[in-house]
Design a protein around this ligand. Structure first.
Ligand code: AP5
Ligand code: MG
Length: 190
């Protein structure tokens, strides 16, 4: 199995690009954000726990998302691999992922990182807010906290994966099609 990590700040275009990537390379898309939003919509206990943290622009506890990922790995069959969108997001999650995969002598294949500057994060999220109505896109304060959380807790993973020689970065500021072509050119190598 291949394990790709689709990395990048909020609004970078991870969800947008994931659709074409999973189709072209026969991967299963796992977005922890989407899984959490489904739990919230279903009104589950886990969803209730996650809602206030997500609405504040904070991260939910590592154990919750790690459990979600492991259960997807166990149950999904018939694909060439997985595309992890929004996971890992902390050093602890990255280490937990390595540990999970080592049980079956597997490892992360590559990190595909989509980068955009902070100002573009705001523009993209505001644009999406007018279309999708995601609760965590609604207030400037939440968006600011998500950007802070990204720089403080998630960005350090760039070094983590660079050290392992698994990190590739793509300029995410072009059009959706331009970014997609760059991603495909990179993914074709794996
Ligand atoms: P999550 O759902 O992962 O949100 P995120 O990381 O903030 O990323 P987004 O989904 O906002 O952005 P995206 O990169 O997918 O951009 P998109 O393609 O939509 O997480 C939400 C919350 O859940 C977290 O804050 C946290 O609380 C919790 N959570 C999730 N995972 C967790 C974890 N592992 N640990 C702990 N907590 C976790 O694009 C954005 C907009 O831009 C769209 O409107 C799109 O149409 C547009 N767009 C995209 N590309 C382009 C382009 N090239 N040009 C112009 N517009 C574009
Ligand atoms: Mg997304």
């Amino acid at each position: 199995m291949k394990y790709f990590i689709l990395f990048g700040p909020p609004g970078a275009g991870k969800g947008t690009q994931a659709t074409a990537m999973v189709e072209k390379y026969n991967l299963r898309h796992i977005s922890t954000g989407e899984l959490l939003r489904k739990e919230i919509a279903a009104g589950s206990e886990l969803g209730l726990k996650a809602k206030s943290l997500i609405d504040a622009g904070a991260l939910v506890p590592d154990e919750i998302v790690e459990g979600m990922i492991e259960s997807e790995f166990r149950t999904v069959k018939g694909v060439n691999g997985f595309l992890l969108d929004g996971f890992p997001r902390t050093a602890a999650q990255a280490e937990a992922l390595d540990k999970m995969l080592s049980k079956t002598s597997e490892e992360v294949t590559s990190v595909v990182s989509i980068m955009i500057p902070d100002e573009m994060i705001r523009e993209r999220i505001k644009h999406r807010a007018s279309i999708e109505g995601r609760a965590d896109d609604a207030s400037d304060e939440t968006i600011t906290n998500r950007i802070k959380t990204y720089h403080g807790k998630t960005e350090p993973l760039v070094e983590y994966y660079k050290k392992k020689g698994k990190y590739s970065e793509i300029d995410g500021t072009g059009t959706i099609e331009e970014v997609r072509e760059k991603i495909f050119a990179l993914m074709d190598r794996f």
